[in-house]
Design a protein around this ligand. Structure first.
Ligand code: ZN
Length: 122
């Protein structure tokens, strides 16, 4: 278990990631991830547990209001989200995880969230 925190420390969570770092990482070009500019770590339904600051978390939603984007109401740091493509899993801001150095990671794949699969006409 690793600790995930926002900047001010109001929000804390425990994340289960393999030794060596988060297995699946990506950037995303959807309208919100593009503006946040962060690297998303994809975690399974049981790999994230909020341990502190639930009352300080703010939920932001838009468009279909399916995805849940959470950020700290005090320091404004985005900590995690529940993606629209699979609301059971977690996307975390890997820069919030202790020991993770996002600027040392090269070749981060880009998810084409701008052309979301759920937006395609059948
Ligand atoms: Zn904070």
């Amino acid at each position: 278990m690793k600790k995930l925190t926002c900047h001010c420390g109001a929000i804390e969570a425990e994340v289960k990631i393999p030794i060596g770092g988060v297995e699946k990482i990506m950037r995303c070009n959807c309208s919100i991830c593009k503006k946040k500019g962060y690297i998303i770590g994809v975690l399974g339904p049981d790999d994230f547990k909020l341990t502190k600051g639930e009352d300080k978390l703010t939920l932001y939603q838009f468009y279909t209001n399916t995805a849940k984007h959470y950020f700290c109401s005090i320091c404004g740091i985005h900590t995690h989200n529940r993606p629209r493509s699979n609301p059971k899993i977690y996307g975390v801001n890997i820069a919030c995880i202790e020991g993770v150095e996002p600027f040392e990671i090269e070749d981060v794949p880009v998810n084409d969230g701008k052309n979301h699969p759920l937006d395609q006409k059948q």
